[in-house]
Design a protein around this ligand. Structure first.
Ligand code: ADP
Ligand code: MG
Length: 242
């Protein structure tokens, strides 16, 4: 069953057409990696999936609910999606534990006890057991990003969206974050991942999507799109990043 169905998605900023008709289906449990040059619309696509950007036209359906339907309760629908950004986006004035419990309590109405129990489970999952009382500034970038992943997981999302989650990290910290993402994929989480980590895409993705100029140029299994691309634009891009 498809968890995400996107059809005919268009988005412009003024006269700049950033998404020019995107169709994408993500099946439950699948990992879809989106690759492509800077400015090709990858982040805008992810932001349209959870309506951080309002599409100009086209449809976004998540878990059977059309998010682009004007009558839908968007805050409620958005809860099905966890999002992890390049820049961590933790609340720097809150402890790690409070970062993980605040939305659980305010948005999902969980008790403090329950929220803390779930937070601790997720911190353990990302290798941060025992860091509940730390402030974000006391963590490395990789630890902060893993805390951000744990925070998103604590909301019980149906889908995790990742926008270049390792791009801001020192190289030696990238592996731990990718390891956590790989474990999530192995557990069956549905994931939409914008990344420049070609090895991750090759090994973990069910589908790789190459975007350029606001369109999907090529999509398919990694062995095809990364291993044997049919489009010249894909080959040119890969020659630059591989
Ligand atoms: P990518 O993530 O592939 O690098 P983006 O989706 O971030 O690409 O951006 C695609 C294009 O849209 C870029 O030219 C960018 O400058 C432009 N853009 C993105 N967000 C906005 C915005 N909020 N307002 C105006 N232009 C934007
Ligand atoms: Mg981007």
């Amino acid at each position: 069953m498809s968890v995400i169905e996107i059809s005919g998605l268009h988005k412009a900023f003024g006269s700049l057409e950033v998404l020019r008709g995107i169709d994408l289906t993500v099946e439950r449990g699948d990992v879809v990696c989106i690759i492509g040059p800077s400015g090709s619309g990858k982040s805008t696509l992810l932001r349209c999936v959870n309506l951080l950007e309002q599409p100009d036209s086209g449809k976004v359906v998540v878990d059977g609910t059309e998010l682009t339907d004007p009558d839908v309760d968007i805050d409620k629908a958005r809860r099905r999606l966890g999002m992890v950004f390049q820049s961590f986006n933790l609340f720097n004035h809150l402890t790690v534990l409070d970062n993980l419990t605040i939305a659980q309590r305010k948005v999902l109405g969980r008790s403090r006890d329950e929220a803390e129990r779930i937070a601790k489970q997720n911190l353990e999952k990302v290798g941060l057991a025992g860091r509940e009382r730390s402030m974000p500034s006391q963590l490395s970038g990789g630890q902060q990003q893993r805390a951000a992943i744990a925070r998103a997981l604590s909301m019980d999302p149906q889908v995790m969206l990742f926008d270049e989650p390792t791009s801001a990290l020192d190289p030696e910290l990238v592996g731990d974050v990718l390891g956590v993402m790989r474990a999530l994929a192995d557990e069956g989480m549905t994931m939409l991942v914008v990344t420049h980590e070609m090895q991750f895409a090759r090994e973990v993705a069910d589908t790789v999507l190459f975007m350029d100029g606001g369109v999907v140029v090529e999509q398919g299994p990694p062995a095809q799109v990364i291993g044997a691309p049919t489009q010249e634009r894909t080959r040119t891009f890969l020659a630059r990043v591989l």
